[in-house]
Design a protein around this ligand. Sequence first.
Ligand code: ATP
Length: 425
Amino acid sequence: MDKVVSLAKRRGFIYPSSEIYGGIAGFWDYGPLGTELKRNIKNEWWKSMVQRRTDVVGLDASIIMNPQVWKASGHVESFSDPLVECKLCHKRFRADKKEEVKEHAKKEHPDVKVEWTEPRAFNLLVKTELGVVEDKKLEAYLRGEITQGVFVNFKNVLDSNRVKIPFGIAQIGKAFRNEITPGNFTYRSREFEQMELEFFIAPDETEGVKWFEYWKKTRLDWYLSLGMNKVHLRYRDHADDEKAHYAKHATDIEYHAPFGWSEFEGIHHRGDWDLTRHKLSYKNDEGKEFVPWVIETSGGVDRSTLFFLLDAYFEDGKRVVLKLHPKLAPYKAAVFPLVANKEELVDVARKIYDNVREEYMVAWDDRGNIGKRYASQDEIGTPSCVTVDYQTLDDQTVTIRDRDTAEQKRIPIDGVLSEIRNQQL
Ligand code: ATP
């Protein structure tokens, strides 16, 4: 974990937010490479969940909504973690995180017996105020989950699109929670991004089981298709007493992180909870009106980004390699002229670079020896390095080096783009 955190900072994947002012707990900024990685994850998600499906449409709802939404959804009354407070230093911890509670007592107050308050509910919604006149301000919430934006637009989508049950509405966007104990790098943040699908089905037990199982498998398969190691993934069904207020059934997809098995996507059978609370329904072709059930897949973009990074990190002798799937890699290739002060080499390399750049993110490096340039690209997960050398000037070929095997082959300049395209399939 420490190595990945340090690599993330050093190479520009993830920085602490507002670091020059001492940072702020639970907030992170994505640097140039982190932005690409996160964008690639979201694009792949969108392709598989919306673009390539005929039964899902997209949505981009606002972050601040009428506060009534959060009352109707049940979040104002029950979106909370039970907390215990250390009576000595008043630090608060989640009551269900027994290890953290023990650790605090041992580390901070080793010589005394720590007393704790009874667990109390703590609302996680982040409040804000709208309006210019001091005493007329409207209290609002930053959305605690992106889900509700979909439900409140259910009727709009039905009226403006030809969708029929079963169908889904997908969305990617920011959510905010006043997490008490942000930590484990970006894993528990106060501002984070979610990628979610709300899939509306007929209110029927058999349909419910069928779609719940379908989405469980589809979502896990997606992580596998982007190269996550199967042994690092598992399902964990929620016990009855830990289910959210809306859930009929719930399963987490967990990753075997250095800090233990950790949820990063939830598949929830929400039943008719939300649409009923918002007084919404659906009329089928025969004119029968009913409240659909909802199967939700709710993934964290930041947690996925972190786990894709952890999963891709390898040390091979002295070499550090991020074996990111080529579809996720920030740069798809790097182009090098063998030496920087040979104009003929630089010209040819520039042309290749400009050509590939039209389609893909490509890195350019003309500094230092070639071995160091390879190492630098390996560390950020660039799948291919293309080098223009003296032979290129004679026969119009370049070397292309593979990140994972470190093997090189010569290919014609004309073949560079198709070689990179093939990796993206
Ligand atoms: P946890 O028990 O870890 O707090 P949760 O069960 O409350 O998570 P959900 O409400 O199901 O999480 O949210 C769905 C997804 O959103 C999670 O699987 C996770 O990927 C992401 N997520 C939730 N809270 C955070 C957070 N504080 N920081 C980063 N991602 C988060």
